[in-house]
Write a protein that binds this ligand. Sequence first.
Ligand SMILES: C[S@@+](CC[C@H](N)C(=O)[O-])C[C@H]1O[C@@H](n2cnc3c(N)ncnc32)[C@H](O)[C@@H]1O
Length: 203
Amino acid sequence: MAAQPELSVAVDLAALPSFSWAALFGNDRPVEVEVGTGKAGFLLRRARARPERNFLGIEWAGEFYRYAVDRMRRWQVPNVRLLRADASHFIRVVCPQESVTALHAYHPDPWPKRRHWKRRLFQPLLVDAAVQCLVHGGHWAAQTDHAEYFEVIRGLLAGHPELYEVPFDDPEFGVEACRVATNFEIKYLQEGRRLYQLAVKRR
Ligand SMILES: C[S@@+](CC[C@H](N)C(=O)[O-])C[C@H]1O[C@@H](n2cnc3c(N)ncnc32)[C@H](O)[C@@H]1O
């Protein structure tokens, strides 16, 4: 088989003099961001289904990040970039305001022990920053199997003055029959676990 050209999937923020989506993707198309992609099954399907949009996946675990980069290269998906970083830092410090059309957060680590809650992704400061990154009308979907963490997420998102709840099931944002088909979703459904889902939009 002929060698495939190397796609520039992996993002090196240090190589960008200043961050902009146009510099990252080479165009001005709408951007969706997935935080904590794991093996990026959702991102792969979503990016292939919506070639007219750009997708950034953020994953800090090296093993999953490398798997995801390799996966996008194997499938030759031109509209995905993957960043190995703390998604919270990217959203709070790097991401331009009013620039993101959709945020996806599926099965964020629940950190069930109280002393570890500070490690959770969903924190008031992160949510405030993420809201500022969304365009008005921007969409944010989250799913977890962890009932207590879900109540925290719901309080932060549905209770936010700039957000309002919308149906989770929305093919426009990659959710069909209430499924996102990430690795963790598939595993948890096989185990018979209940899943908790929420979607909101910015006013
Ligand atoms: C439970 S897994 C879920 C993976 C995938 N979303 C799914 O549903 O199959 C959580 C993932 O988020 C990543 N992660 C957790 N906190 C993160 C952070 N602050 N920044 C980037 N990735 C993070 C973990 O490394 C892990 O791969």
